[in-house]
Write a protein that binds this ligand. Sequence first.
Ligand code: MCA
Ligand code: AMP
Length: 473
Amino acid sequence: MLFPALLEPTAAVAVGTPDGTLTYRELRDAAASVAAALTPGDRVALWATPELATVACVVGALAAGAPVVLLNPKSGGRELTHVLEDARPVAVLASAAAELPEALAGLRRIAELPGAGEAAAWPEEPADSAAALVMYTSGTTGPPKGVVISRRAIARNLDSLADAWAWTAEDVVAHALPLFHVHGLVLGTLGPLRLGGGVRHLGAFDPERAAAALADDATMLFGVPTMYHRLAEVAEDDPGVAAALRGARLLVSGSAPLAAADHDRMERACGQRIVERYGMTETLMITSVRHDGERRAGYVGVPLPDVEVKVIDEHGGEVPADDATIGGVLVRSPSLFDGYLNQPQATAEAVADGWFTTGDLGTLTPDGNLRLVGRRSTDLIKSGGYRIGAGEIESALLTFPGVAEAAVLGLPDPDLGERIVAWVVPAGGERPEASAIIDHVASELTPHKRPREIRFVERLPRNAMGKVLTREL
Ligand code: MCA
Ligand code: AMP
């Protein structure tokens, strides 16, 4: 059972968002009425704004056994079209307030939180193996792929995290993460609801708002490193923010590496070291520092219960667990994805004998802690905790008039981790405005994939095969 707390719901507040709160009873009734409108197995899209209706809709669809395709409400035209053509949802779930783009106009819309009236019956629990979520995520090549995650994967992973963090129904999680990715939706929203605890979504990230939630009833904060970087900056000057952070039971960071400097700044400012955990869309969470474990910069903890991790060399052999020998990180667990939607070839390339190749590079310590040192490919960028393919940005840049050639890299950035920089060779004639190129990517793909900087060059360095030599950019 995915949400035991919804079977005999109480009057405790389950969810808070800027548009209000829902108790477990209210959430159960709202989700049941959404579920009643859906057919098991039929994929539905979710316009994932941080609102109560979004949470009720996703819980309702999960209860009905209708796989949910998560849509980023800031998706641009090209990205949204790709997702809709690939996933072909039968309906769209969205809050009544949401203004949906033209691309979704043909779909049946299911929106409202129900008013007073008889609540629908709670549906029969779908099979554990049923698909629950389809999340689009960037790869090293091509447009984003749909990662299919089962109910079993979610339930097992959340239970493992509960064990690692001593996370219970007493906890209230505060966060401001987007609800169209694993971090904000699975961990930050479905996690508290599975445990019978609470989630407070802040709407948008703001250090003062995060501190206010912790000063109120939140016990845990989930964030990406960029958020902790910004929190540390504010906490250094604001004793109120520092005190609120100090009072948290657990501050958890993930989705990208947390810089050692930010670990230390947070500890100096509020006396707490941050707990790091490591995961991927395709695997859900892999390792975590346990609640009572040592919190060391660069180390992402030990494999979660039921999760196996190995680090291999280029021949496939395991490298020594000596905290020094680097290799590729592989994972095998009950929380692995079912595959990439419509892409059996890509799935087969990613998983062999049950082991998923993460693309991350790391080393294990003799006592089983994982230290990550980077990724195998520079074609994947992590900016603000978002995974972004350099290739998809290059393709979008090439559709802008006046751009003849383009190459994209993630350069180190103290705030975003990596900052997207594009090298552009202008076509003959007038050089386009950098801001117009940036806006083009933001509106075709999504704002978080926009380059933060455009560098105009006369030519791109290429090898004899015509491949761009990124090291010479
Ligand atoms: C700016 N904006 C624009 C443009 N420029 N809009 C259109 N066109 C433009 N040219 C808008 C943005 O949409 C945004 O609007 C606002 O201006 C600020 O944008 P930006 O500067 O990009 O935001 P930021 O301050 O840099 O964002 C930092 C952030 C964000 C809040 C940390 O990066 C974030 O939420 N990251 C979370 C990513 C995440 O959850 N990853 C998990 C993936 P507005 O203000 O209205 O929004 S799951 C994962 O990785 C695995 C499983 C794991 O391990 O967790
Ligand atoms: P995504 O699929 O968006 O979920 O991104 C997954 C990737 O994020 C992983 O392959 C890692 O490269 C990175 N990642 C997630 N958590 C951490 C962490 N705690 N430290 C370093 N990298 C991380």
